[in-house]
Each structure stands twice: as structure tokens, then as C-alpha cells.
Ligand binder design. Sequence first.
Ligand SMILES: [Zn+2]
Length: 299
Amino acid sequence: MADAADAAIVNAMTVDVEDYFHVSAFDGVIPRHTWDRLDSRVCGNTTRLLRIFEATGVRATFFILGWVAERFPALVREIAAAGHEIASHGYGHRLVYDLTPEAFRDDVRRSKDLLESATGVPVYGYRAPSFSVTARSLWALDVLIDEGFRYDASIFPIHHDRYGIPTSPRHPYVLQRQYSLIEAPGSTVQWGPFNLPVAGGGYFRILPYAWTRWGIRRLNQAERAPAIFYLHPWEIDPGQPRLPASLLGRFCHYFNLSQTESRLRALLVDFRFSTMASVLRRAGFDVHDTSPAPLPYVW
Ligand SMILES: [Zn+2]
């Protein structure tokens, strides 16, 4: 159990709602036009996550793919009805730096429209597929502001072959473009000159659970800061069909799938969690404040 020292820190629980075949590791292996023919498992897996969150009294933020919302609007409504925050993971799971600004605008607008028409509730948050807002796609932030988003959760302050801006801030901050946008980065701990990722996805599923527990404790206790945790519905689904990919791609996608649900249950006992909007509000950032006043951090 979390001890008294970190009892007050509430961490963000976030889920990127996509199917197992949307994952970037399968780009070029599973053509997009075949997605509709594959056995979709996203509703069953997301419903299992909803039951786990209900049993533990946790509210989370669900960054939902527009492609999923278009086919399963009832799932979006079910998530919202359970009191969770609805946010966008884009429409077609395309990496931002592979798109033109116009194509990116179409992608995020389409997803936002689908999510808002499913629930009637405005969507303020966005997370890019594979954290693909990097130094070469910072223009995406201006598009997000234009399209009415108030926060982004796509800039990971690490070195990675597919994503990351290693020198970017490690805790929630405000990006000052022409107007401001709140940034909620993936969680890291510092180790010498390096930022090491500690809270979600493959870092949670592949590495021992003790790594995540140590990392979040360190953030909560030593830095008095929240962690921003993320996972995917397919990560609790050991029965999903096996798709062809590179050896490394298959390892990263399939390793420890049978362990993730029990680890998640342990995590929900060990730490406190709520939605991203709630965690940002506690940190002094109101995602519902749409005034364009200049804010302190200048990128
Ligand atoms: Zn994704």
C-alpha cells in the first residue's frame, strides 16, 4: 500500500483505446484496408478495464482512436457514462511526423467530431500515436490549439527510435505557441544525464513490476509529482491473434501479456489514480479554461 508520505499524490491513469492490429509495430505488415476484416477485440478488452476501474473506484482518461469510435460509439458512451474522461488518440493511428499539417488536422478533427457526437461532451485532450510529436512535428501543437484542444500528452522526454524530445520538461507544463497548450509528458525518472521511462506501455509490461513501483514512488515521494501512467486494452489480452512482424516487434507486443492484468490490479492498490484533467487541475492547469492568456513556460 502507498504510505502516508505519498498518500496525497494522485497519479493520472490513461488508456490508449485501440485494437491490437493498430499498433505501429504492425505498420507495413497489416494493410489498413484489411483492418475491418480482422477480429476486433477492443470492446471486450476495454470493458474488462472498465470493470477493473469500477472495482477499485478509479476514474481514468481514455484516449480513443476515432476509427474505434466510428465503429463502436456505444463503447465511447459506456466509458463516459462510467465517469471517465474522453480524449482523442487521433483517427487512423498515423504517426504525426509522417503527415502534412493538413492531413493531421483532418485526422484530429475527425476523431474529435466522432467522440463529441458519441457523448455530447467536449474533448480537450490529445495523445499522438506512438508519442509522435517530436522536434520535427511541433507544428502539430498549433493545429491542436486551433482545433480546440487544451492539452497534449504526446511529448516524451526520452531518447527512443520512434519518439521523444530528450531535453523537454519532465512534468506537466505549458507550451507557449501563439496561444498556450498544456503538455502532460510521459513519466520518467532521472538517472545521470538520462531520463528513464517508468510508467506505462512496454515499460510496465516487459520490465519487472518493481521498476514501475520504484519509479512512481520516487516521483511521488522525492519529487512530490504525479506519474502519468498509460496502457492499451490489448495489453491485457493474452488470447489475441498473433500477427507477423519483426522479431523485436513481436517481442515488444506479445511479451508478458498474461501478466499485465494482475500487475495493473497491484498498481491500483499501491497508488492513487484519477483522470488526466483532474491531475492537471491539481497541478494548477485548468483544461477547461479556454482563455488565451500568456502563461509562463516558453518553448
Ligand atoms: Zn496508439
